[in-house]
Design a protein. Structure first.
Length: 454
């Protein structure tokens, strides 16, 4: 790829046509990988892997990975937690390697294709292969996290400041569109599996594997269009592994000089943990506790996908009137009410599950989008990249406690209703922490102008 490496240049120096070409290629990685998050992690893998674990369980309902007794109903949640912990260890190293060498495309390719291959390998899940399922989940989740660190690091290179909001939003929209499109195809296959001559379990395995094929196929687009840039002079490569951790530690130390920014990041870490756990565990709750079939879960996730876009736009308008902080606080109240109401959903009633999905969708996109935009005001000028690397760690790398609490609650109580309502604590604590952040003072302390509405 040496011919792709060029001198370091700001986005403003690039020709408009060349920049647009790279931006279009960049969008397609969201299009490629978001199908994994939607079809695999949110819809199919949780219920399917739980059933495999139950088939392998002993008479007391426990499986024994590495000799540790684990309730079969908690295995998926624990595997998600394990994957996130491994991601925390790997992401800083990947970020340091990308910054040190400037060769982001090879790193993106390796992470994407390891993730795509492990996802495609889920076709071979069946019988009592719950350990294989847990291993493939961990590998694919870690690969996604690493690839997103590299993917996001391209944004400052392909878009000048005045374009970044629009470019980032388009990538986000591409991801939701791809997730909805593939879920429609999944729904057709799952509902008509007899027509296609396959069993229900085979249809699920095809849906899982197809997400890996989609991920790998469309990753070719960004790999063809994105270009590597020369890295700035840095430390010797022998020190590269430690550099990622040193940079992260340096950023956290710098944040101590901006305690209100750090306080916001802590609040976000807590309530986003709740958000990510709801996303990953809702299908298990729907299938195991409410007795809903897979087609109902797919339609519910499609509803979330569509309403997340509408909710983000609506909350953006609310933020212009009431300010981002108040709007986010309002969304956390809505999250609390929605998840609390989920505890009382009657089993075997798809309509009420759809109502729950609609509530989640309306607050999902907006709470995440406004959190990112509010944090951008709290970042000192010239430190955007390093502060947002810490934000990325909070967004993707620290959401392990929620699945752990969910799994432990189920293991201790035997009730998914208790497990889902335990997540209310994340939104309540996050609300209290965020309410205590003096946002206007935090913006002034960061040296940034204070908007009229914030």
């Amino acid at each position: 790829m040496g011919t792709d490496t060029v001198r370091t240049a700001s986005p403003a120096d690039e020709s408009a046509a060349q920049r647009r070409r790279e931006q279009r290629g960049w969008y397609f990685y969201d299009w490629a990988c978001s199908v994994y998050s939607t079809s695999v992690l949110t819809v199919f893998l949780g219920p399917y892997l739980t059933e495999i674990a139950k088939s392998a369980a002993d008479g007391d309902g426990y499986v024994h990975p590495l000799g540790i007794p684990v309730s079969a109903g908690s295995f998926f949640a624990y595997a998600v937690s394990a994957s996130v912990i491994v991601s925390v260890l790997v992401m800083p190293l990947a970020g340091a390697a990308a910054d040190r060498t400037g060769r982001k495309k090879p790193l993106l390719a390796v992470a994407a294709y390891v993730g795509a291959a492990s996802t495609a390998g889920m076709f071979f899940l069946g019988g009592d292969r719950y350990l294989l399922g847990g291993l493939l989940l961990i590998v694919s989740n870690v690969s996604l996290a690493v690839s997103m660190v590299v993917y996001n690091s391209y944004l400052p290179q392909i878009a000048p400041p005045e374009e970044r909001d629009a470019v980032s939003s388009r990538g986000w929209a591409f991801g939701y569109a791809a997730g909805a499109l593939v879920l429609v195809a999944n729904l057709v296959l799952f509902l008509a599996h007899d027509t296609f001559g396959v069993s229900e379990s085979t249809a699920v395995r095809i849906c899982l594997a197809s997400a890996g094929v989609w991920w790998g196929a469309f990753t070719l687009v960004p790999l063809r269009r994105l270009r590597d840039r020369k890295a700035s002079p840095s430390q010797p490569s022998s020190q590269g592994a430690a550099r990622g951790w040193r940079q992260l530690a340096s950023t956290v130390r710098d944040m101590r000089r901006h305690p209100h920014t750090l306080s916001f990041l802590l609040a976000y870490l807590v309530y986003n943990d709740g958000v990510q756990t709801v996303i990953s565990q809702a299908s298990v709750y729907g299938s195991e506790e409410l007795g809903l079939d897979q087609s109902t879960l797919i339609v519910a996730v499609l509803l979330v996908q569509v309403l997340a876009v509408a909710g983000a736009l609506a909350m953006g308008r609310l933020a212009r009137t009431y300010g981002a902080k108040r709007t986010i606080l309002g969304s956390l109240v809505a999250w609390t009410v929605t998840i609390g109401a989920g505890f009382f959903l009657p089993a075997g009633a798809p309509v009420w599950f759809f109502v729950l999905a609609a509530g989640i969708g309306l607050v999902l996109g907006g709470s995440q989008a406004l959190s990112r935009s509010l944090f951008s005001h709290l970042v000192p000028a010239g430190k955007e990249a390093e502060y947002f690397s810490a934000y990325e760690m909070s967004d993707r790398g620290m959401s392990w406690l929620g699945p752990l609490v969910f799994g432990l609650t189920y293991q201790l109580t035997g009730s998914y209703r208790d497990a889902i309502v335990s997540l209310v604590a994340f939104f309540v604590i996050g609300f209290v922490l965020l309410a205590r952040v003096p946002v206007r003072r935090a913006i002034r302390d960061a040296g940034n102008p204070v908007p009229d509405r914030i």
